[in-house]
Ligand binder design. Structure first.
Ligand SMILES: Nc1ncnc2c1ncn2[C@@H]1O[C@H](COP(=O)(O)OP(=O)(O)O)[C@@H](O)[C@H]1O
Ligand SMILES: [Mg+2]
Length: 252
């Protein structure tokens, strides 16, 4: 199963991806986390790794070389890509939890992120998962990736929604897009401070036929872990993530 986590910047995509990845690992699944956010680079720390993998963009020779190198020998020339086929430097983690990164914008005037969208789309299309494997894709913020077709081979789309007008608006937009694509789509509320807020958001989303499958509270453990750049400690948020994962696995 390939599950993408979308939403507004700062709404909790990386947090939810990280939480679910850890929970999936504890259930005995082999998890591949795909870091598709070209702007933020801290996901590897959240997952407990010391350094990030070399981006797949470098495997094809960097953005400028993408077009040329797509023709040369590399995993992108194969019909399908298994987790075990990804060259060692480009994937980190040994046991149940692994991480790849598509690419990062590191310099000014580097150009736009479109080639990364292309590479991400091709990678996700070619990625073949075995029975006990799951891929969690930490998407770039917003809706542009849909325009680039990055999501065509995704099995289910999750959106993180924080209590803000903009975040709700993006949820409605992505609901429309995913319905058009015929993809299952669910919302996860994040940074929720009270039951009253959760009910309000759920009621509002229901009007747009958006089903909420989990509520992650505003959790000081998440704040502290993210501030210090280390993995999350078990608490209310990890329990919520487990519930979301169990739901997704039950509908397979
Ligand atoms: N449930 C939560 N409780 C407290 N802080 C949170 C929670 N979810 C996210 N945050 C904080 O909000 C910020 C943005 O979260 P992040 O997952 O990086 O968002 P995104 O990946 O969507 O940009 C981070 O500093 C993170 O620690
Ligand atoms: Mg992020």
């Amino acid at each position: 199963m390939k599950i993408s986590v979308c939403g507004k910047g700062g709404s909790g995509k990386s947090t939810l991806t990280g939480l679910m990845a850890k929970e999936a690992e504890t259930t005995g699944l082999k998890v591949l986390v795909v870091d598709s956010d070209e702007s933020n680079s801290g996901l590897y720390r959240t997952l407990g790794f010391e350094k990030p993998p070399i981006p797949l963009m470098d495997l094809v020779g960097g953005k400028k070389e993408l077009k040329k190198k797509m023709g040369h020998a590399n995993i992108f020339n194969e019909k399908s890509i298994g987790i075990q086929n990804i060259p060692a430097d480009y994937i980190i983690g040994e046991n149940g939890l692994r991480l790849v990164s598509i690419g990062k914008i590191l310099q000014s005037l580097e150009g736009c992120a479109c080639p990364m969208g292309v590479l991400n789309r091709e990678f996700l299309k070619k990625l073949r998962l075995r029975e006990n494997e799951i891929a969690l894709i930490d998407m770039e913020a917003g809706v542009e990736h849909f325009g680039r077709g990055v999501d065509v081979s995704i099995d289910a789309i999750l959106i993180t929604v924080e209590p803000s007008y903009e975040s709700m608006a993006i949820a409605r937009r992505i609901k429309e897009i995913s319905s058009g694509m015929g993809k299952p789509f669910w919302a996860v509320l994040n940074k929720v401070k009270s039951n009253a807020v959760a009910t309000k958001l759920k009621t509002d989303l229901k009007k747009s036929s958006i089903e909420v499958i989990g509520v992650i509270p505003d959790d000081p453990l998440i704040f502290e872990a993210s501030f210090e750049g280390r993995p999350f400690m078990a608490g209310a948020a990890t329990r919520a993530a487990r519930g979301i994962l169990d739901f997704l696995l039950s509908i397979e």
